[in-house]
Design a protein around this ligand. Structure first.
Ligand code: NAP
Length: 286
């Protein structure tokens, strides 16, 4: 049966807080410790009952933990792993929820001391709102969770993390870390960049006293919902998956240019063909 004596969540925000809530609701951990950046967030998490204790530092908070979950923005991982690695007990499991895997997984495996079992993860659930106040026990229900084990991953630790995400209601899928980064550059990181760019494009335009943005309706709002996401988190993701993301931006520019040329040339048949293809694919998404 899945049970931990001590769990430490580093970065008790939307994702870390939601996973803590799952463990609380299902009594999977005797005690949950939280560590992070600001004292305010940890006090809030304590008040909300998401964690039982708050640590002075991540390194102190991981002592004697059976499971440590890394859930800050991915740019913070390297420093935190460097600090906590030597303080984790032998046999403990470290997992993460970072939206980028490839190079990050290699870096973590490189700096972790032997005896600490690392299982890389990425739940495909979230929203444009962040912070522990947005965390819910149901966030991962019905979502996929990608685990990207390597040939260094301990099989028992992998099963432990798989069971945790299954308990959270997620469907666990395993994938190569580099493949993960190529796929998610296309289906997640590019749409975020496109949404941020779309909002900037329109926000810079004014019609007399009225800004163009004040006329936006459902279409603009649907397209750009994710541009309200955490700039800090998305900056880190873009920088840590830059080669894949640049490739996807270029592919998107190619598609935009193809449409631009068809529009300039008045090629109605071509435009409708492209729109029909996209419309069919979009309607087919569950
Ligand atoms: P979030 O709600 O903003 O939470 C991030 C938490 O990390 C906050 O509690 C923050 O503390 C803390 N933090 C920030 N910098 C830190 C540092 N240097 N050291 C320790 N703690 C730090 O973000 P989130 O949406 O939960 O995302 C967290 C992770 O999950 C990211 O790696 C992201 O890539 C991944 N992820 C996100 C989504 C999504 O849709 N949101 C989905 C899947 C995976 P303060 O409040 O004090 O700043």
């Amino acid at each position: 049966m899945l049970h931990f004596n001590k769990v430490t969540i580093i970065g008790v925000g939307l994702i870390g807080g939601s996973l803590a809530r799952v463990m609380k609701a299902q009594k999977l951990a005797a005690e949950i410790h939280g560590a992070g950046r600001s004292r305010e967030t940890l006090e809030q998490a304590l008040k909300l009952g998401v964690i039982d204790h708050m640590g002075q530092s991540a390194a102190d908070a991981v002592e004697n933990a059976d499971l440590v979950v890394l859930a800050p923005p991915v740019g913070a991982f390297e420093q935190i792993v460097g600090e906590i690695g030597p303080r984790m007990k032998p046999g403990a499991v470290l997992t993460d929820v970072g939206s980028v895997k490839g190079g990050l997984v290699k870096m973590i495996e490189h700096i972790l001391p032997p005896g600490v079992h690392y299982v890389p993860g990425h739940p495909i659930a979230g929203k444009e709102k962040s912070g522990v106040s947005e965390s819910t026990e149901s966030l991962f229900r019905g979502a996929r969770c990608i685990l990207t084990p390597t040939d260094r991953t301990d099989p028992r630790a992998l099963e432990t993390v798989r069971s945790l995400w299954t308990a959270a209601g997620a469907q666990v899928v395993t994938m190569d870390a580099d493949v993960h980064d190529h796929v998610f550059a296309a289906v997640s990181h590019l749409p975020h960049v496109a949404a941020y760019a779309m909002v900037c494009t329109v926000a810079e335009m004014n019609a007399g006293p009225e800004s163009y943005i004040s006329f936006t309706g459902a279409g603009f709002r649907d397209f750009t919902r994710i541009a309200a996401s955490s700039p800090e988190m998305w900056k880190d993701i873009c920088l840590m998956n830059s080669a894949n993301l640049v490739e996807m931006i270029e592919r998107y520019q190619f598609s935009l240019n193809r449409l631009k040329k068809a529009i300039q040339r008045g090629e109605g048949v071509k435009i409708e063909k492209i729109f029909t293809l996209a419309s069919d694919v979009r309607r087919g998404l569950k």
